[in-house]
Design a protein around this ligand. Structure first.
Ligand code: ZN
Length: 374
């Protein structure tokens, strides 16, 4: 049993709503409004993770914490004043959009500040040694958010805000952010694009979101040249391709960069039943990726690892995938069985697709100057 994994959550994070915004497909004309509201980012995928942890007895074995809401000063290290002011206005008005698919509901500013605050608290806990590793159940998510506009259900750049808060406190050196949300971590990439002290890595479904973006050639600029790595995978990729990308690109890139802290932007929308993407992962895929990054953190930075929750839209299945991550972080295995694991296992792509993806990964390994171990 370990109390050394801290889990940061706050009920209010589940209370962000999209106001009048209805769906990814705007309603009206030919699109009938959904009776259930229809906004894709329901709080249930996240709340049900916490509920599953409670019922399975996992919460009792962790250090369960909350955090202070991020202050305006914290936000201003990343976001311009004009953006923060506009966000506050829309939040007070109770509806509006902060950018491309970034709806705001009543009180969303306060909730988003709490969400960013959970990421800040998780980074501080690990950085200061109060916890070996930590998980922040942030909502709304952050990885699509740009400094001056929200995007893709992300209203504040949670992880970037947390990194800058820890840097402002002094002492935090090099940070690697590994984003395995199925969508590209475009916000985090753009914030740190010219920085050499933050390595940003994103494994994502090619062309999924932002729509049409792949990003394999985008490596950073100026001081940040080489400190941004994108790993676009073919739609339909499964467990084997993700593990191969981790083994041949992510882990060697972390070893080359030598971070002082690793943060995972952990979306769960690469799971096989997610409505927002077309990949084929199951809970043991997330478990194994967590094990790999935890081992790397052990070797490279005294185990300092923070996982921040991003996307994932299957209310029923995200809890099982995220539970596997928290189990692996804490070393506590519960009796919970993933009800879909065997089914998804049988849906994995056949050899021909895996071989094609493997060839594409080899090209990326070569382009990135990483060791060719096959
Ligand atoms: Zn996503």
């Amino acid at each position: 049993m370990s109390k050394r994994t801290s889990f940061f959550f706050d009920e209010r994070a589940f209370w962000h709503s999209a106001g009048q915004y209805n769906a990814m497909i705007p309603v009206g004309r030919w699109v009938q409004p959904s009776s259930a509201g229809g906004y894709v980012d329901s709080p249930e995928s996240k709340r049900r993770l916490k509920n599953l942890m409670d019922v399975a007895g996992l919460s009792a074995k962790l250090s369960m914490c909350s955090g202070e809401a991020a202050s305006e000063r914290d936000l201003l290290r990343i976001h311009p004043q004009a953006y923060v002011d506009r966000f506050k206005e829309l939040s007070k008005a109770g509806s509006g959009e902060l950018g491309f698919h970034a709806p705001v509901g009543p009180g969303s500013y306060e909730v988003a500040a709490i969400s960013a605050g959970l990421a800040i608290a998780a980074v501080q806990a690990v950085f200061k040694g109060d916890a070996d590793n930590a998980y922040a159940l942030s909502r709304p998510a952050g990885h699509h958010c740009l400094p001056d506009q929200g995007m893709g259900a992300c209203l504040l750049a949670n992880i970037a805000i947390a990194i800058e808060a820890a840097k402002a406190d002094g002492g935090l050196g090099k940070v690697a952010v590994l984003d395995w949300d199925v969508h590209h971590g475009n916000g985090t990439q753009s914030i740190f694009y010219s920085r050499s002290d933050v390595l940003t890595l994103s494994i994502h479904q090619e062309g999924c979101f932002p729509p049409g973006y792949s990003g394999a050639e985008d490596r950073g600029v100026g001081d940040g040249e080489g400190a941004n790595i994108n790993i676009p995978l073919l739609p339909g990729s499964g467990h084997a391709s993700y593990i191969e990308a981790m083994r041949r690109i992510v882990i060697p890139a972390l070893e080359r960069f030598k971070p002082d802290l690793i943060i995972v932007a952990s979306g769960f929308d690469a799971n096989a039943v997610d409505p927002m993407a077309r990949m084929l992962l199951h809970s043991d895929s997330f478990r194994e990726m967590t094990r790999m990054v935890k081992d790397a953190a052990q070797r490279l930075c005294n185990g300092r690892l923070v996982v921040v929750h991003e996307g994932g839209y299957s209310e029923a299945y995200v809890p099982f995938c995220a539970l596997a991550v928290v189990e692996e972080l804490s070393g506590v295995r519960t009796e919970v069985d993933d009800p879909l694991r065997d089914w998804i296992e049988q849906q994995q792509p056949r050899t021909a697709q895996r071989d094609l993806q493997s060839e594409l990964i080899s090209q990326m390994v070569n382009d990135l100057g990483l060791p060719m171990d096959g």
